[in-house]
Design a protein around this ligand. Structure first.
Ligand code: HEC
Ligand code: HEC
Length: 841
């Protein structure tokens, strides 16, 4: 493969991917093309030719690399169409040029799916900030009752709209199924895309302690900006103010959380008291309706179901058996469960009762009425669960989708036919307890209506697949690359890139990088914490880790530079001071005073001392250890715009608006030579690492290469059309990177004086650039006039945006610097404070 210059451009432009209505429109059209031309051979209900049956499933297409978002020519789907190889030769109709172009455009736009695509990737930080904004819009006294659920791991993985919708329904259903509140309360979407929901704890009769049960078991924590997470905790009083909706649905729908959130007591007697039922009394007074039968839909043996009136509707229970013989045969012993020779002896039971809001709650008990988490598989089984065991909550919801399940009684008819086998008294009692079918059915219908009405109020359609179990099953299924990445708050590309750099994790998650590869939920969950810390950018190095880091300047900051090792930084400001910072924690190490006007440029010497130039036309050298001014370089007749030290530490170069560039001796502070005037001033200067030459740029848009030995002009690099603001040499001195007010960054071959590449994706002036990482990585940056500063990292190889950084507060950036490896950036401007950006991952 040809080695390409991989370019990371940090600039203030919008990603090229389509958004909103455009994406929807495009997605719809692309889908139509695939439907017309491909679906009859490549869908599950079509013919699955070549073993390929998901041409209409965008998530799979991307996960299995049939589509490489943004790169049509790398995408098999498009390749086949481009080469007119699909549909196969001879098949009609062919894909016309318009449709072909449309497919290409769709993939270039990131292959959006209708309705989900409208939604761009939302980072964990952005989600946390969204939640914080929502909280701050609430009355202060309300905030401690607010908690949140996010669906972002799903929307960021661009799942089908149906999946998102099922998750919303499942959330609404489960929350209200865990509630003793008389009213149904729907969670409230706080964003237009409906991916983050707020609830009020009180709406479900929960309190802060109820919610706290989630914290010790929540496995999917992702660190966000410490200042934001602190603010979230301060507002809500909760250490974990938001959780993933799908995890909550799959976890709180079963014990122990199901029991905890519903505050279910540990026995049937206790719950009966709670809902106002006295079973023994109802039986004595013939105040129940029963059915007994063989051939249960869930129980392996014969079974009795029984209904009582209760405070909030009905209380239904079953009597379940582990065998069909002797006292476990309900046809021989239809009476019970009161002790005595006649009654049946049951082995367990299942209970459904209405909650005050009309939804159903479930309880599973043993023969003695003690609460169970899972039923003995000898008694009942759930074919839909992986272990076939009936688990309280989730299993019950899966079958009791629309409420109660009717079953015709067989006992009444059996006893009528064989009445001589029973005492007269017993026959009467049996006829009283086991009413005619119509009666039981009408009671059951009322109870079911109550449930369905409540569901409808919760916004859950009763005619769709049961959402809680659908979400749970999906959650428990395997993960592909896209979904695993999204669960870590990363795009598939970011995830792949950083996973390749982490051999330890690649052992467990590596299979995801293979075409069509998957990971088991349990395996993924096992390494999640590790992955979240290893694969995600480090939070601890952000500025916000310490109270008010990088603060001190009292006026606009005009210049920044990093020390050669990146551990310290220096800044100059309109407040006339030069400040030295510790990068890791943003602590101000020193404040240097001496300039009589704004400080417009700063630099480190190779030894770590500081240089500063200013509007006072002087350049000063400072001892960074003592803060002492070591000397002054005087001579410029206008503002000093740039200063650097030669690699050997002996010379200082300065450029000024007076149009001259001057070389100084660092020992004597004497001018060694001066270069001829450049029109409009010199704005930037860079020394080649080999010390042989330096480059200057300025107002006249030209870049000049100079021989450092004698100050002779060697070459001119022409290309920029406006002021040049930044210059940097590659480590081997062979290439030069420049940026300027024409909104471009350019890469040059120094020996040939030739432009190699022009990166014109910037929206405004390029203020800084750097060759990052290995020599073939490059970064550029720009400020964003008047609006939110945003840095975007681009990969030149794919032309795609790797990451975007946004301050979110409308700061105007006037200066920017990168560390030599391009991993960190510092920006500053009118805000007085420096902002640290972490660009690697
Ligand atoms: C008339 C049936 C038919 C139609 C229509 C059709 N294909 Fe195919 N496709 C096949 C067959 C047969 C194969 C397996 C042989 C092969 O790979 O060439 C195949 C294989 C493929 C493969 C390779 C699958 C793999 O996993 O190796 C891709 C990709 C593909 N088709 C894309 C498309 C696209 C895109 C369209 C619509 C523009 C399309 N096909 C329309 C029959 C069809
Ligand atoms: C595999 C499906 C399935 C599962 C799982 C299931 N049920 Fe049922 N349930 C039924 C069917 C079917 C009936 C109707 C009677 C019968 O066929 O046994 C029923 C009946 C009942 C009844 C009597 C009222 C009625 O609707 O007929 C109660 C009470 C009950 N189930 C409670 C539960 C509880 C509690 C759970 C969870 C612990 C549960 N069920 C799990 C299928 C299921």
């Amino acid at each position: 493969m040809r080695s390409m210059v991989r370019v990371l451009l940090v600039c203030a432009v919008l990603p090229a991917f389509a958004h909103g209505a455009d994406a929807d429109n495009l997605a719809g059209k692309a889908q139509a093309v695939l439907k017309t031309h491909c679906s009859r051979c490549h869908t599950p209900d079509g013919k699955a030719r070549g073993g390929f049956d998901f041409v209409l499933d965008r998530t799979k297409l991307v996960a299995r690399a049939k589509i490489v978002a943004g790169q049509p020519d790398e995408s098999e789907i498009y390749q086949r169409v481009r080469d007119d190889a699909m549909p196969p030769k001879g098949a009609q109709p062919r894909v016309g040029p318009d449709d072909r172009a449309l497919l290409k455009q769709w993939i270039e736009a990131g292959a959006p799916t209708a309705s989900t695509s409208a939604h761009a990737f939302v980072s964990e930080d952005a989600a946390a900030r969204l939640i914080l904004d929502d909280l701050q819009a609430l009355e202060p006294a309300e905030r401690r009752y607010a908690r949140y659920f996010t669906l972002l791991n799903l929307s960021n993985a661009a799942v089908e709209a149906d999946t998102l919708q099922a998750t919303r329904h499942a959330l609404a259903k489960l929350l209200n199924s865990l509630s003793w509140h008389p009213r149904i309360a729907r969670p409230v979407a706080v964003d237009a895309e409906q991916t983050v929901y707020r609830i009020d704890l009180r709406a479900y009769k929960w309190n802060a302690r109820t919610w706290e049960r989630l914290a010790p078991v929540y496995p999917y924590r992702i660190a966000v900006e410490p200042s934001v997470s602190k603010a979230l905790t301060a507002a809500t009083g909760a250490e974990l103010p938001y959780v993933r909706a799908d995890w909550f649905i799959a976890t709180a729908s079963r014990p122990p959380l199901y029991h905890d959130f519903l505050q279910l007591p540990e026995s049937d007697k206790a719950i009966e008291r709670q809902v106002g039922v006295d079973v023994a009394d109802d039986l004595r007074e013939n105040n129940v309706a029963r059915a007994g039968f063989n051939g249960s839909g869930v129980s392996k043996n014969n079974r009795v179901i029984e209904r009582h009136d209760a405070n909030y509707g009905a209380y239904w229970r079953t009597y379940d058996f582990s065998e069909n013989t002797d006292r476990q045969n309900i046809f021989e012993h239809p009476l019970g469960p009161t002790p005595g020779q006649n009654g049946f002896l049951h082995a367990g039971g299942e209970i459904i009762f209405h909650l005050p809001n009309g939804l159903q709650a479930y309880l599973l008990v043993d023969a003695d009425g003690r609460r169970l988490d899972k039923a003995s598989s000898e008694i009942v089984s759930d074919p839909k669960r992986p272990d076939r065991q009936v688990e309280n909550g989730i299993s019950c919801m899966t079958c009791h989708v629309r409420g109660l399940l009717p079953k015709a009684d067989q006992v009444r008819a059996h006893v009528a036919k064989n009445s001589s086998a029973f005492s007269k008294e017993d026959v009467q009692k049996i006829r009283a307890l086991y009413p005619p079918d119509a009666k039981l059915r009408s009671l059951m219908k009322d109870d079911t209506d109550r449930f369905v009405q409540a569901l409808t109020k919760a916004g859950v359609p009763a005619d769709e697949p049961e959402p809680v179990s659908a979400v749970t099953q999906r959650f428990e299924g395997t993960l592909d690359l896209v979904s695993a990445a999204a669960e870590l708050g990363l795009t598939a590309e970011e995830f792949s890139l950083s996973l390749r750099k982490s051999p330890a994790l690649a052992r467990s998650l590596g299979p995801l990088l293979v075409k069509g590869g998957t990971a088991q939920r349990s395996a993924f969950q096992g390494v999640f914490d590790d992955a979240a810390t290893t694969l995600r950018p480090k939070q601890s190095e952000k500025t916000d880790t310490v109270a008010q880091p990088f603060t001190g300047h009292t006026e606009t900051v005009l210049s920044i530079a990093f020390a050669p090792d990146g551990g310290k930084a220096v800044s100059g400001s309109r407040d006339k001071t030069v400040r030295l910072w510790n990068v890791a924690d943003g602590k101000e190490l020193r404040c240097l005073e001496g300039h009589s006007d704004a400080v417009t440029c700063v630099a480190f010497t190779p030894e770590g001392n500081l240089l500063s130039g200013g509007r006072d036309r002087t350049v000063r050298l400072w001892d960074s250890a003592t803060g002492k001014e070591l000397g002054k370089f005087t001579g410029h007749t206008d503002v000093v715009r740039c200063v650097v030290c030669s690699p050997d530490g002996k010379r200082v170069l300065t450029g000024s608006l007076d149009g001259t560039l001057r070389l100084w001796d660092i020992q004597t502070f004497k001018e060694v030579y001066r270069l001829p005037r450049q029109d409009g001033g010199v704005y930037c200067v860079a020394f080649a690492p080999d010390g042989k030459r330096f480059a200057t740029g300025g107002h006249d848009a030209g870049i000049r290469l100079w021989d450092a030995e004698n100050g002779k002009e060697m070459k001119r690099l022409k290309g920029h059309t406006r002021e040049v603001y930044t210059l940097v040499f590659s480590r081997d001195s062979a290439r030069l990177l420049s940026g300027g007010n024409d909104r471009t960054a350019r890469l040059w071959d120094v020996a040939e004086a030739k432009e190699l590449q022009c990166f014109d994706a910037h929206d405004s002036a390029v203020l800084a650039a750097v060759f990052a990482g290995e020599d073939d990585l490059v970064s550029g940056a720009s400020h964003y006039q008047g609006t939110d500063p945003s840095l975007h990292v681009w990969s030149g190889a794919s032309g795609k945006e790797r990451r975007a950084f946004r301050a979110g507060d409308g700061e105007q950036v006037s200066c920017l610097a990168f560390t030599h490896d391009g991993k960190l950036a510092l920006s500053a401007g009118a805000e007085h404070r420096l902002r640290l950006w972490r660009l690697d991952k």
